[in-house]
Design a binder for this molecule. Sequence first.
Ligand SMILES: [Zn+2]
Ligand SMILES: [Zn+2]
Length: 362
Amino acid sequence: MQDLLQETLTNRILNEWVKQTHPDQIIEKIGGYGLAAIYKGAKPGKRILIRGDIDALHIPEPNDLPYRSQNQGVSHKCGHDGHATILCGLAQWLGEQRPDQGEVVLLFQPAEETGQGAQAILSDPQFEQIKPDVAYGLHNLPSFEKGKIMVKDGCFAAASFGLKLVFDGRTAHASQPETGHSPSELLAQLIHHLEKKREQLKAVKPLTTFVITHAILGEETFGVAPGHAEIWLTLRSFNDCNLELMSTEIIEFCRAKAKDHLFDFNFSMHEAFAATNSDANCVKTIEQAAKNLELNLGHLEEPFRWSEDFGRFGSVCPIGFFGLGSGTEQPALHDPMFDFPDDILEIGMGMFWEIIRLELEG
Ligand SMILES: [Zn+2]
Ligand SMILES: [Zn+2]
């Protein structure tokens, strides 16, 4: 499988698989290399969307498993190969048995890791054909017992985005820095201020924080006094409003400082993820499905700090998101040794199957 918005081969393989299950309709490309398969019941009813992400990461795979990645430097260290396989299994079951009423959309979604995929699907005009009444998704969870279902009312995973702050002065010959306008002092001040602010935010609940991920001053040279500086931040919160407040505060502070010191200031936002907020009724349905299947069910006390772009679907319909334990010994997500355990595939399939039954027949 491939990564980011380059899931061409993945899209082709999924297409081949899905076609042999004879869905009533296939949208072969949606939101880039996404794929949607629609299975209709005999009677009209609700439309439920089940989403599986399909993208990989820029992480080399150091193991020698027979199914290790064939693409150098790219591998499935978040288990999206497992999530996609769960949907392939569902496609097979739906091929053999349609729901009595309503319809099921299986959505194979690209580019989850950058936060672009769900938005690309929603922005695609073809989305009107699959716009759901309710949508569900899952993520495997290392450090949780294999097959354990984890739910949480409200926020399941944090909102986040990248913020690039850019300051421009004027370069000069390194022998005459006084003729230019270097942002080095400003950069040092801002980093100091931001780090202090981050300390203060530790006391704020629910989680609202940021981290400086990268900074740039001038070019890699000894001959030029710098005229350009950048600070890159990742902002994170369990609450979309708090996230916006924090970013506005940082941007306005930097704008004022830049103005005071006569620098041009610009900013841009990247990789934006909305908070993944599960609807209360969807959480009840997930709990009921886990109980009906006699699965081990747990409740998260706090949302996850990582972000999940499934939250975007919350802008069109109620959504339900749950975690599926992938083993207490399993390395963390994005660890080079992570390997999706195949023995939880059927549990994921069973959960979605039961959720579909409860939603369409309940
Ligand atoms: Zn990931
Ligand atoms: Zn993931």
